[in-house]
Design a protein around this ligand. Sequence first.
Ligand SMILES: [Zn+2]
Length: 217
Amino acid sequence: MKLNLHAHTKYSDGANTMWHMADMAKKLGHVAFVATDHDYMMTPEKYEDAVRDAAQITAGGFLCVAALEISIVYDEAALIGTEACRAWLKAMTKAPQEGYFASRENYYQERREYQLAVLHDIVRVHRCALILVHPGGAPIPALFQVLDAYEIMNSGTRWDKSEIDVLAKLMPSARQVIGMDAHSSAWMRHETMSACNDVDFLAKTEEDIIRWVKQED
Ligand SMILES: [Zn+2]
């Protein structure tokens, strides 16, 4: 069975609805469809619509989960866990906005500090899984401390071994995952054989996905 943990829908910059994407995932033999729409294109209200869609799609042994791809200034991570996503979006509405600070540099630094503090609180309070996606640049210690997994392949491209080695050293116990970063169901069909996790469990709830990411299975 297949499991992808990185995909977008019309709730952010994806081409298809969550219904359409989930249907494609089901046809391709996936255990679940996990939507990781961009936090900056979401609002707490829009996210509730996504959660409602996911609940309605979940049927007949097929699971659909509304997660998020969160942007922590220069880094991005998939956040899985409905309560954690709610808390994140709520906090981001209060995060410092661009224009608040005189210098651009100050804004990014302040925003990142705010986001990291929020993230540390969230992982302490809410059950969730956090996966670093398409890593780039220098990882921040405060971020990799809370990561459960990191992508080693995305959009069909495997990272450089040297890059993976850096991540493996920073997070020796984290799971290595493959992400499709699918923005359309057609693209998903194309990539599904070369870029997807092979799993041997059935997913009934998001907790099953979280447990797999955290390697508690
Ligand atoms: Zn993405």
